[in-house]
Design a protein. Structure first.
Length: 365
């Protein structure tokens, strides 16, 4: 077994002169690592009792200290699903994992720098996010065998308690202080994420209002702060009312949104391809078209995995019903405004969809 710290302490039977040395050294090593005093006391008492039992009541043995072990990451996949099912399950929700990074370009109009730098900001943000989450998952996974952790979390859920693997490991390692520090960090992340989504949602409503998709009310700008204040107020009202729908309804909305996210990325890739094909002198045109193709195929695969019956990642019945209702509402909204959109000049439609008047929308000549 490969461990970050691995130490073995042979304990001889009836060796009363050295009894307690192993538990004392274990306590010293853990203290050097900064383990909380509460955990230290528990480990010291438990290891001392085991050591004395080996000395007095047995033929001796070995005490082993493993602070964290790579072996705890095994098995790599759940024993309840096949390897392919596990991979597809994560792959299907991957578009939803990138939600938040796409809020950067939605505020590009208000940047005090060249909007083209938004691409670099997104790349750096995604890299930092992947690195941070990978470190957290590896730290939690190596700290304790995850099958044992999952069993403990299931027991907590069965009794109506809150189950949070990362918080559980933080408490085990650093005591109550560790869980408090982690909770503060998570709260800060939620606040910054919420702020970003407020900006992105209000600017999206503003853009749709300018395009004639939503009423002009959403596009009104505050005379002093130069922000779409009515769109912001609308977003705040929706956010404040959402928790009253209940935890299950929120979970259904999140599952349904995974499909919507895949559709959003699909149309973004199609629109990007159309812009590239309709532009002259595009640098690295082949590479960019290849990225569009990969994005399109990935989005289609994710959508199918979430919707096709029998798929390991298929959304539940309740989210599926919510999605169907949302689609019906979308059709009603479309046909109720169809006359207005048909009356828009072709150049206006091009500008609304692609931001360019000289490129035909989708496959029109």
């Amino acid at each position: 077994m490969t461990a970050l710290i691995h130490q073995e302490y042979p304990v001889a039977a009836e060796d009363y002169t050295r009894a307690g040395e192993a538990s004392a050294d274990i306590k010293r090593r853990l203290k050097q690592l900064g383990v909380s005093s509460m955990v230290l006391r528990r480990v010291a008492v438990a290891s001392y009792e085991v050591e004395l039992n080996l000395v007095i009541h047995s033929r001796g043995g070995v005490l082993t200290l493993d602070t964290a072990s790579v072996a705890n990451l095994s098995p790599a996949f759940s024993d309840k699903r096949s390897m392919i099912a596990c991979v597809l399950l994560v792959f299907a929700i991957s578009p939803f994992l990138f939600v938040g990074f796409d809020t950067v370009p939605q505020a590009a109009e208000e940047f005090a720098f060249d909007p083209s730098r938004a691409r670099n900001i997104m790349v750096v943000a995604i890299f930092c996010g992947v690195l941070l989450y990978a470190m957290v998952m590896l730290s939690v996974g190596m700290a304790v065998p995850y099958p044992e952790l999952l069993a403990k979390l299931d027991a907590q859920r069965a009794t109506g308690g809150a189950a949070w693997g990362t918080g559980e490991v933080a408490t085990m390692a650093f005591g109550k202080f560790g869980s408090i520090v982690l909770a503060v960090a998570v709260f800060g992340a939620v606040c910054t994420g919420t702020n970003g989504f407020f900006i992105a949602t209000s600017r999206l409503l503003l853009s749709m209002s300018r395009s004639g998709i939503l009423p002009a009310w959403f596009g009104e700008i505050h005379p002093k702060y130069r922000t779409p204040y009515k769109a912001i107020l609308f977003t705040i009202i929706v956010v404040l009312l959402t928790p009253f729908a209940g935890r299950s309804a929120v979970a259904w909305t999140v599952d349904m949104s995974s499909v919507g996210t895949g559709i959003g990325y699909l149309f973004t890739c199609l629109a990007a391809r159309r812009v590239i094909m309709g532009s002259e002198g595009v640098d690295k045109k082949g590479l960019k078209l290849f990225c569009c193709a990969v994005g399109t195929i990935t989005a289609v695969m994710c959508i199918l995995l979430l919707l096709v019956p029998g798929s390991p990642a298929r959304i539940g019945t309740a989210p599926f019903i919510c999605l169907a209702v949302w689609v019906v509402l979308g059709f009603i909204f479309y046909f109720s405004n169809k006359k207005h959109w048909i009356s828009l000049p072709e150049e206006k439609v091009r500008e609304n969809v692609l931001g360019r008047k000289d490129i035909a929308v989708f496959f029109k000549k």
